[in-house]
Design a protein around this ligand. Sequence first.
Ligand code: FES
Length: 106
Amino acid sequence: MSDITLHVTDREGVEHSILAPTDMSMNVMEVLKANDFPIQAVCGGMAMCASCQCYVLNDVISLERNPDEEAMLWEAYHVKENSRLGCQIPITEAINGLELEIAPEQ
Ligand code: FES
């Protein structure tokens, strides 16, 4: 399989299903940007801006954050228990069907 499907709710509450390639070393933030979602990603995916924050809506991935991600979300706004940074979620076959909601702008 080379493409997986992500289900994304945008900041207006509209749901989208988008395809994401598993063979291009992309992460969720990059796929959202490539699909024209308004993600600033000012840090370029270094877990240093939180502008790619998403809420995880199903159990396809763990809510466990890596240390850099945890540190950034500690300082960010609108953080919930199910917050993750899109740039810290690699696109792999294991996340097929992941449901996300894009968090409000920082
Ligand atoms: Fe900056 Fe993800 S792009 S934290």
